[in-house]
Write a protein that binds this ligand. Sequence first.
Ligand SMILES: [Zn+2]
Length: 53
Amino acid sequence: MVKEVDKKGKTAFACEECGYVYEEKEWAEKCQTWCSEKQSCNLEITEHGAPPE
Ligand SMILES: [Zn+2]
């Protein structure tokens, strides 16, 4: 499950594996699936999000 986080008053979604934050839940889920399977980040996915602060 991705984690819902508050990003400047808006709901965003964080990958629990790498911590990247996405405005769209779909991308967070893609990232989490990738991270848990590959134990690495996919740049084509993370470019849609923001690194953890
Ligand atoms: Zn991730």
